[in-house]
Design a protein around this ligand. Sequence first.
Ligand code: DX5
Ligand code: ZN
Length: 223
Amino acid sequence: MRKFLAPSILAGDWWNIGEQIEATLRGGADLIHFDVMDGHFVPNITVGPEILGYISRRVDVPIDAHLMIEDPDRYIPEFVRAGANWVSVHIENVVHIHRTLTLIRELGAKAGVVLNPGTPLSAIEEAIHYADYVLLMSVNPGFSGQKFIERSLERLSLLRDMRDRLNPDCLIEIDGGIKEENIAEVIRAGADVVVVGSGIFSAEDVESRTRKLKELIFSATAV
Ligand code: DX5
Ligand code: ZN
């Protein structure tokens, strides 16, 4: 299965966000991960569809919108209209998950379902049948720069088994605390899409850090 590196631009320097995004693209970024927070579902506030539009009009790679907001159905059409190609919602705050994932797909985007670190994998055993990807959080959502929760490795391999059994086409994405030191491990445990925020944007040279992470993904996949 193809592997993807998705820089989380929340961790970037927003004074120079355009340049920073371009540096990740030169380094081989496959997706742009766009974190949307509303100050209710998570204790932080970030950006919305207008800002996403500025980015989607300038970049060719897909935009992966991670919605950490209450009542996501209300905003999904706007995000897709603004250029989100992948849209994910949290299982913890969506009551009618079939309806929400179907809505995303009908609008023409890939539909993802997200699990917080404390949510049992069994919570998505049904939704995985109609999801294009599952996003496993390896930190509690809200902020970049947090420490990777080690149990996520075991959860990743259990999720991979579930995926292979129930929906082999579904991708597995992991998000939070991933850096040069542990990126190979998450690939080997089953991740197809790896989100990296501070592990990219803390670098002096964002382009070469991105390239380095892609190489690490490549060699972990080759083994
Ligand atoms: C956390 C966000 C993540 C975060 C990743 O709520 O969903 O995408 O920005 O940043 P790092 O890689 O620094 O943990
Ligand atoms: Zn995210």
